[in-house]
Design a binder for this molecule. Structure first.
Ligand code: NDP
Ligand code: MG
Ligand code: MG
Length: 330
Protein backbone atom coordinates (compact mmCIF):
# COMPACT_ATOMS: atom_id res chain seq x y z
CA UNK A 1 0.00 0.00 0.00
CA UNK A 2 1.21 3.50 -0.82
CA UNK A 3 1.88 5.73 2.20
CA UNK A 4 -1.03 7.93 3.23
CA UNK A 5 -0.59 11.18 5.15
CA UNK A 6 -3.12 12.32 7.74
CA UNK A 7 -3.77 15.22 10.15
CA UNK A 8 -0.67 14.51 12.27
CA UNK A 9 1.56 14.82 9.18
CA UNK A 10 0.57 18.42 8.49
CA UNK A 11 1.47 21.43 10.62
CA UNK A 12 -0.57 24.61 10.20
CA UNK A 13 2.04 26.56 12.22
CA UNK A 14 3.99 26.67 8.95
CA UNK A 15 1.64 29.46 7.86
CA UNK A 16 2.28 31.73 10.86
CA UNK A 17 3.56 35.03 9.50
CA UNK A 18 2.88 33.89 5.93
CA UNK A 19 0.27 35.00 3.41
CA UNK A 20 -1.32 32.65 0.92
CA UNK A 21 -2.47 34.08 -2.42
CA UNK A 22 -5.23 32.19 -4.20
CA UNK A 23 -5.27 33.14 -7.89
CA UNK A 24 -8.75 32.56 -9.32
CA UNK A 25 -11.98 32.18 -7.38
CA UNK A 26 -13.81 29.44 -9.26
CA UNK A 27 -14.52 25.83 -8.42
CA UNK A 28 -11.23 25.07 -6.62
CA UNK A 29 -10.30 28.68 -5.80
CA UNK A 30 -13.26 29.46 -3.57
CA UNK A 31 -13.01 26.19 -1.65
CA UNK A 32 -9.25 26.44 -0.99
CA UNK A 33 -9.56 30.09 0.06
CA UNK A 34 -12.50 29.50 2.42
CA UNK A 35 -11.11 26.31 3.97
CA UNK A 36 -7.68 27.86 4.58
CA UNK A 37 -9.30 30.96 6.09
CA UNK A 38 -11.43 28.81 8.42
CA UNK A 39 -8.19 27.12 9.50
CA UNK A 40 -6.73 30.48 10.52
CA UNK A 41 -4.50 30.99 7.47
CA UNK A 42 -4.16 34.54 6.10
CA UNK A 43 -5.53 34.45 2.55
CA UNK A 44 -5.66 37.06 -0.22
CA UNK A 45 -7.53 36.37 -3.47
CA UNK A 46 -5.93 37.42 -6.76
CA UNK A 47 -8.06 38.16 -9.84
CA UNK A 48 -7.82 39.96 -13.15
CA UNK A 49 -9.43 43.35 -13.59
CA UNK A 50 -13.11 43.07 -14.50
CA UNK A 51 -13.34 39.54 -13.13
CA UNK A 52 -16.84 38.22 -12.56
CA UNK A 53 -15.70 36.52 -9.35
CA UNK A 54 -14.35 39.69 -7.74
CA UNK A 55 -17.66 40.58 -5.99
CA UNK A 56 -18.21 37.02 -4.81
CA UNK A 57 -14.78 36.78 -3.19
CA UNK A 58 -15.37 40.12 -1.44
CA UNK A 59 -18.77 38.99 -0.20
CA UNK A 60 -17.12 35.87 1.20
CA UNK A 61 -14.95 38.18 3.29
CA UNK A 62 -11.70 38.20 1.34
CA UNK A 63 -9.29 40.93 0.49
CA UNK A 64 -9.22 40.82 -3.33
CA UNK A 65 -6.41 42.31 -5.38
CA UNK A 66 -4.97 42.18 -8.87
CA UNK A 67 -2.81 39.13 -9.49
CA UNK A 68 0.34 41.31 -9.70
CA UNK A 69 -0.24 42.67 -6.18
CA UNK A 70 -0.89 39.23 -4.77
CA UNK A 71 2.24 37.86 -6.45
CA UNK A 72 4.28 40.61 -4.79
CA UNK A 73 2.94 40.31 -1.27
CA UNK A 74 2.21 36.61 -0.78
CA UNK A 75 4.61 33.86 0.30
CA UNK A 76 2.61 31.04 -1.26
CA UNK A 77 0.81 31.48 -4.60
CA UNK A 78 -1.75 28.86 -5.56
CA UNK A 79 -2.71 29.07 -9.24
CA UNK A 80 -6.39 28.17 -9.52
CA UNK A 81 -7.47 29.94 -12.68
CA UNK A 82 -8.27 27.63 -15.65
CA UNK A 83 -5.33 25.52 -16.85
CA UNK A 84 -5.60 27.07 -20.31
CA UNK A 85 -5.09 30.58 -18.85
CA UNK A 86 -2.37 29.79 -16.32
CA UNK A 87 0.59 30.31 -18.64
CA UNK A 88 -0.55 33.79 -19.62
CA UNK A 89 -1.39 34.76 -16.05
CA UNK A 90 1.97 33.44 -14.87
CA UNK A 91 4.04 35.10 -17.61
CA UNK A 92 2.30 38.47 -17.39
CA UNK A 93 1.37 38.88 -13.75
CA UNK A 94 3.35 36.47 -11.60
CA UNK A 95 6.82 35.90 -13.06
CA UNK A 96 7.96 39.56 -13.08
CA UNK A 97 7.26 39.84 -9.33
CA UNK A 98 8.65 36.58 -7.96
CA UNK A 99 11.06 36.73 -5.03
CA UNK A 100 13.56 34.13 -3.85
CA UNK A 101 12.03 31.64 -1.44
CA UNK A 102 8.39 32.10 -2.46
CA UNK A 103 6.32 29.04 -3.30
CA UNK A 104 4.16 28.47 -6.37
CA UNK A 105 1.48 25.84 -6.12
CA UNK A 106 -0.87 24.02 -8.48
CA UNK A 107 -3.88 21.74 -8.25
CA UNK A 108 -3.01 19.97 -11.52
CA UNK A 109 0.38 19.31 -13.09
CA UNK A 110 -0.31 20.09 -16.76
CA UNK A 111 1.48 23.43 -17.13
CA UNK A 112 4.58 22.40 -15.19
CA UNK A 113 4.85 18.90 -16.66
CA UNK A 114 4.51 20.07 -20.26
CA UNK A 115 6.87 23.02 -19.71
CA UNK A 116 4.31 25.78 -20.25
CA UNK A 117 5.29 27.37 -16.96
CA UNK A 118 8.98 27.24 -16.05
CA UNK A 119 9.49 28.82 -12.61
CA UNK A 120 12.92 30.15 -11.64
CA UNK A 121 15.13 27.78 -9.63
CA UNK A 122 14.97 29.88 -6.47
CA UNK A 123 11.30 29.21 -5.61
CA UNK A 124 9.50 26.12 -4.31
CA UNK A 125 7.00 24.44 -6.61
CA UNK A 126 4.44 21.99 -5.25
CA UNK A 127 1.03 20.56 -6.04
CA UNK A 128 -1.98 19.75 -3.89
CA UNK A 129 -4.70 18.25 -6.08
CA UNK A 130 -7.99 17.37 -4.37
CA UNK A 131 -9.58 14.29 -5.90
CA UNK A 132 -12.97 15.92 -6.21
CA UNK A 133 -14.72 19.00 -7.57
CA UNK A 134 -14.23 22.27 -5.71
CA UNK A 135 -17.78 22.50 -4.42
CA UNK A 136 -17.38 19.15 -2.72
CA UNK A 137 -14.05 20.28 -1.23
CA UNK A 138 -15.94 23.09 0.50
CA UNK A 139 -19.13 21.19 1.43
CA UNK A 140 -17.31 18.23 2.93
CA UNK A 141 -14.99 20.57 4.89
CA UNK A 142 -17.96 22.39 6.45
CA UNK A 143 -19.31 19.00 7.52
CA UNK A 144 -16.04 18.38 9.36
CA UNK A 145 -14.63 15.95 6.82
CA UNK A 146 -12.25 16.23 3.88
CA UNK A 147 -11.78 15.28 0.22
CA UNK A 148 -8.66 13.12 -0.35
CA UNK A 149 -5.85 14.72 -2.32
CA UNK A 150 -2.57 14.05 -4.06
CA UNK A 151 0.54 16.13 -3.37
CA UNK A 152 3.82 16.43 -5.23
CA UNK A 153 7.02 18.40 -5.07
CA UNK A 154 8.50 19.68 -8.32
CA UNK A 155 11.13 21.99 -6.86
CA UNK A 156 12.38 22.27 -3.29
CA UNK A 157 14.52 25.39 -3.09
CA UNK A 158 13.97 26.14 0.60
CA UNK A 159 14.17 22.55 1.79
CA UNK A 160 10.70 23.07 3.25
CA UNK A 161 8.50 22.46 0.22
CA UNK A 162 7.25 19.10 1.49
CA UNK A 163 6.32 20.48 4.87
CA UNK A 164 4.55 23.35 3.14
CA UNK A 165 2.62 21.07 0.76
CA UNK A 166 1.42 18.87 3.62
CA UNK A 167 0.42 21.94 5.64
CA UNK A 168 -1.52 23.23 2.63
CA UNK A 169 -3.26 19.88 2.24
CA UNK A 170 -4.20 20.09 5.90
CA UNK A 171 -5.37 23.68 5.47
CA UNK A 172 -7.93 22.71 2.84
CA UNK A 173 -9.09 19.72 4.90
CA UNK A 174 -7.64 16.94 2.79
CA UNK A 175 -5.50 15.32 5.52
CA UNK A 176 -8.77 14.57 7.34
CA UNK A 177 -9.42 12.02 4.59
CA UNK A 178 -5.87 11.10 3.58
CA UNK A 179 -3.26 12.45 1.21
CA UNK A 180 -1.04 10.48 -1.15
CA UNK A 181 2.32 11.50 -2.62
CA UNK A 182 2.73 11.57 -6.39
CA UNK A 183 4.84 13.38 -8.98
CA UNK A 184 3.74 16.10 -11.40
CA UNK A 185 4.23 13.61 -14.22
CA UNK A 186 2.16 10.85 -12.64
CA UNK A 187 -0.67 13.18 -11.64
CA UNK A 188 -0.83 14.85 -15.05
CA UNK A 189 -0.68 11.69 -17.14
CA UNK A 190 -3.11 9.66 -15.03
CA UNK A 191 -5.54 12.58 -14.76
CA UNK A 192 -5.62 13.09 -18.54
CA UNK A 193 -5.85 9.38 -19.23
CA UNK A 194 -8.63 8.89 -16.68
CA UNK A 195 -10.84 11.68 -18.01
CA UNK A 196 -10.27 10.73 -21.66
CA UNK A 197 -10.44 6.96 -21.63
CA UNK A 198 -12.66 6.20 -18.65
CA UNK A 199 -14.48 8.95 -16.77
CA UNK A 200 -15.60 11.36 -19.46
CA UNK A 201 -14.75 10.12 -22.97
CA UNK A 202 -15.11 6.42 -22.22
CA UNK A 203 -18.34 6.62 -20.26
CA UNK A 204 -20.20 9.02 -22.55
CA UNK A 205 -19.37 7.02 -25.67
CA UNK A 206 -20.38 3.78 -23.95
CA UNK A 207 -23.73 5.31 -22.99
CA UNK A 208 -24.28 6.73 -26.48
CA UNK A 209 -23.38 3.45 -28.16
CA UNK A 210 -25.85 1.55 -25.97
CA UNK A 211 -28.59 4.12 -26.48
CA UNK A 212 -28.06 4.27 -30.27
CA UNK A 213 -28.12 0.46 -30.57
CA UNK A 214 -31.47 0.22 -28.79
CA UNK A 215 -33.06 3.13 -30.67
CA UNK A 216 -31.82 1.82 -34.03
CA UNK A 217 -33.48 -1.52 -33.23
CA UNK A 218 -36.81 0.27 -32.76
CA UNK A 219 -37.07 0.57 -28.97
CA UNK A 220 -38.44 3.79 -27.44
CA UNK A 221 -35.88 6.54 -26.84
CA UNK A 222 -37.22 7.11 -23.34
CA UNK A 223 -36.69 3.49 -22.35
CA UNK A 224 -33.20 3.53 -23.88
CA UNK A 225 -32.37 6.69 -21.92
CA UNK A 226 -33.43 5.20 -18.59
CA UNK A 227 -31.57 1.99 -19.29
CA UNK A 228 -28.26 3.38 -20.53
CA UNK A 229 -27.87 6.79 -18.89
CA UNK A 230 -30.16 7.21 -15.89
CA UNK A 231 -29.34 3.88 -14.28
CA UNK A 232 -25.62 4.46 -14.66
CA UNK A 233 -25.57 6.55 -11.49
CA UNK A 234 -27.35 3.90 -9.46
CA UNK A 235 -24.77 1.32 -10.47
CA UNK A 236 -21.83 3.68 -9.97
CA UNK A 237 -23.06 4.56 -6.46
CA UNK A 238 -22.98 0.87 -5.54
CA UNK A 239 -19.37 0.35 -6.55
CA UNK A 240 -18.31 3.78 -5.26
CA UNK A 241 -19.52 2.70 -1.84
CA UNK A 242 -18.39 -0.91 -1.79
CA UNK A 243 -16.45 -1.88 -4.89
CA UNK A 244 -17.63 -4.06 -7.78
CA UNK A 245 -18.35 -6.86 -5.28
CA UNK A 246 -20.95 -4.69 -3.55
CA UNK A 247 -22.55 -3.77 -6.89
CA UNK A 248 -22.62 -7.45 -7.89
CA UNK A 249 -24.14 -8.37 -4.57
CA UNK A 250 -27.02 -5.97 -5.22
CA UNK A 251 -27.85 -6.78 -8.82
CA UNK A 252 -29.69 -9.94 -9.89
CA UNK A 253 -27.77 -13.14 -10.67
CA UNK A 254 -28.91 -12.75 -14.28
CA UNK A 255 -27.37 -9.29 -14.46
CA UNK A 256 -24.21 -10.57 -12.78
CA UNK A 257 -23.86 -13.47 -15.25
CA UNK A 258 -24.37 -11.09 -18.21
CA UNK A 259 -21.80 -8.74 -16.68
CA UNK A 260 -19.16 -11.52 -16.59
CA UNK A 261 -19.73 -12.98 -20.04
CA UNK A 262 -20.59 -9.90 -22.13
CA UNK A 263 -18.50 -7.07 -20.60
CA UNK A 264 -15.27 -8.36 -22.15
CA UNK A 265 -16.88 -8.49 -25.60
CA UNK A 266 -17.67 -4.76 -25.35
CA UNK A 267 -14.38 -3.60 -23.80
CA UNK A 268 -12.27 -6.07 -25.74
CA UNK A 269 -8.60 -6.43 -26.68
CA UNK A 270 -8.98 -3.75 -29.37
CA UNK A 271 -10.30 -1.26 -26.81
CA UNK A 272 -7.42 -2.06 -24.48
CA UNK A 273 -4.91 -1.61 -27.30
CA UNK A 274 -6.46 1.75 -28.16
CA UNK A 275 -6.21 2.78 -24.51
CA UNK A 276 -2.47 2.13 -24.73
CA UNK A 277 -2.25 4.37 -27.79
CA UNK A 278 -4.20 7.10 -25.98
CA UNK A 279 -1.83 6.83 -23.01
CA UNK A 280 1.17 7.04 -25.30
CA UNK A 281 -0.18 10.23 -26.88
CA UNK A 282 -0.42 11.71 -23.38
CA UNK A 283 3.07 10.51 -22.42
CA UNK A 284 4.72 11.85 -25.58
CA UNK A 285 3.03 15.25 -25.25
CA UNK A 286 1.06 14.78 -28.49
CA UNK A 287 -2.28 15.43 -26.79
CA UNK A 288 -0.88 18.40 -24.85
CA UNK A 289 0.52 19.98 -28.03
CA UNK A 290 -2.83 19.59 -29.79
CA UNK A 291 -4.76 21.15 -26.91
CA UNK A 292 -2.31 24.01 -26.40
CA UNK A 293 -2.38 24.91 -30.12
CA UNK A 294 -6.16 24.49 -30.22
CA UNK A 295 -6.43 27.13 -27.48
CA UNK A 296 -4.08 29.51 -29.28
CA UNK A 297 -6.43 29.57 -32.29
CA UNK A 298 -9.64 29.99 -30.25
CA UNK A 299 -10.72 26.34 -30.13
CA UNK A 300 -12.23 25.59 -33.58
CA UNK A 301 -12.32 21.82 -33.00
CA UNK A 302 -13.55 22.10 -29.42
CA UNK A 303 -16.41 24.42 -30.43
CA UNK A 304 -17.46 22.35 -33.44
CA UNK A 305 -17.51 19.10 -31.47
CA UNK A 306 -19.31 20.72 -28.54
CA UNK A 307 -22.14 21.84 -30.87
CA UNK A 308 -22.28 18.50 -32.64
CA UNK A 309 -22.68 16.65 -29.34
CA UNK A 310 -25.71 18.80 -28.52
CA UNK A 311 -27.48 17.42 -31.59
CA UNK A 312 -27.45 13.84 -30.29
CA UNK A 313 -31.03 12.55 -29.62
CA UNK A 314 -30.04 11.78 -26.02
CA UNK A 315 -29.97 15.49 -25.30
CA UNK A 316 -33.60 16.18 -26.13
CA UNK A 317 -35.09 13.08 -24.59
CA UNK A 318 -32.95 13.62 -21.50
CA UNK A 319 -34.24 17.15 -21.00
CA UNK A 320 -37.86 15.93 -21.09
CA UNK A 321 -37.30 12.98 -18.80
CA UNK A 322 -35.35 14.91 -16.19
CA UNK A 323 -38.28 17.32 -15.88
CA UNK A 324 -40.28 14.38 -14.55
CA UNK A 325 -37.70 13.78 -11.85
CA UNK A 326 -38.41 16.51 -9.35
CA UNK A 327 -35.56 15.40 -7.07
CA UNK A 328 -32.88 16.23 -9.65
CA UNK A 329 -31.44 19.72 -9.10
CA UNK A 330 -31.72 22.05 -12.06
P1 NDP B 1 -12.32 27.55 -12.79
O1 NDP B 1 -12.60 27.49 -14.25
O2 NDP B 1 -13.44 27.30 -11.86
O3 NDP B 1 -11.62 28.95 -12.45
C1 NDP B 1 -12.23 30.09 -12.77
C2 NDP B 1 -11.66 31.23 -11.94
O4 NDP B 1 -10.45 31.72 -12.51
C3 NDP B 1 -12.65 32.35 -11.91
O5 NDP B 1 -12.59 33.02 -10.67
C4 NDP B 1 -12.11 33.22 -13.03
O6 NDP B 1 -12.55 34.56 -12.96
C5 NDP B 1 -10.63 33.11 -12.75
N1 NDP B 1 -9.82 33.58 -13.85
C6 NDP B 1 -10.04 33.46 -15.18
N2 NDP B 1 -9.08 34.10 -15.86
C7 NDP B 1 -8.25 34.65 -14.95
C8 NDP B 1 -7.10 35.47 -15.04
N3 NDP B 1 -6.62 35.85 -16.23
N4 NDP B 1 -6.49 35.86 -13.89
C9 NDP B 1 -6.99 35.51 -12.70
N5 NDP B 1 -8.09 34.75 -12.54
C10 NDP B 1 -8.71 34.32 -13.66
O7 NDP B 1 -11.06 26.61 -12.48
P2 NDP B 1 -11.08 25.22 -11.69
O8 NDP B 1 -11.31 25.50 -10.26
O9 NDP B 1 -11.92 24.23 -12.40
O10 NDP B 1 -9.56 24.77 -11.91
C11 NDP B 1 -8.49 25.41 -11.26
C12 NDP B 1 -7.34 24.43 -11.17
O11 NDP B 1 -7.72 23.32 -10.35
C13 NDP B 1 -6.93 23.82 -12.51
O12 NDP B 1 -5.55 23.65 -12.50
C14 NDP B 1 -7.64 22.47 -12.52
O13 NDP B 1 -7.01 21.51 -13.32
C15 NDP B 1 -7.53 22.10 -11.06
N6 NDP B 1 -8.53 21.15 -10.59
C16 NDP B 1 -9.86 21.41 -10.80
C17 NDP B 1 -10.82 20.55 -10.31
C18 NDP B 1 -12.25 20.94 -10.40
O14 NDP B 1 -13.01 20.38 -9.65
N7 NDP B 1 -12.70 21.81 -11.24
C19 NDP B 1 -10.45 19.30 -9.62
C20 NDP B 1 -9.05 19.18 -9.34
C21 NDP B 1 -8.12 20.07 -9.85
P3 NDP B 1 -13.92 35.02 -13.74
O15 NDP B 1 -15.02 34.80 -12.76
O16 NDP B 1 -13.72 36.45 -14.07
O17 NDP B 1 -14.04 34.17 -14.96
MG1 MG C 1 -9.10 14.27 -12.69
MG1 MG D 1 -8.39 16.88 -15.37
Amino acid sequence: MAKMYYEENGNLEVFVGKKVGIIGYGSQGHSHALNLKDNGVEVVVGLHEGSKSWEKAMRDGFEVKKVEEVAKECDVLMLLCPDTKQKEVYDKSVKPHLREGQAIAFAHGFNIHYGQIVPPVNVDVFMVAPKGPGHLVRRVFVEGKGVPALFAIHQDFTGKARELALAYAKGIGSTRAGVLETSFREETETDLFGEQAVLCGGVTELIKAGFDTLVKAGYQKEVAYFECLHEMKLIVDLFYEGGFENMRYSISDTAEYGDYVVGKRIINEDTRKEMEVVLEEIQTGKFAREWILENQINRPVFNALKNKELEHPLVEVGKKLREMMSWIKK
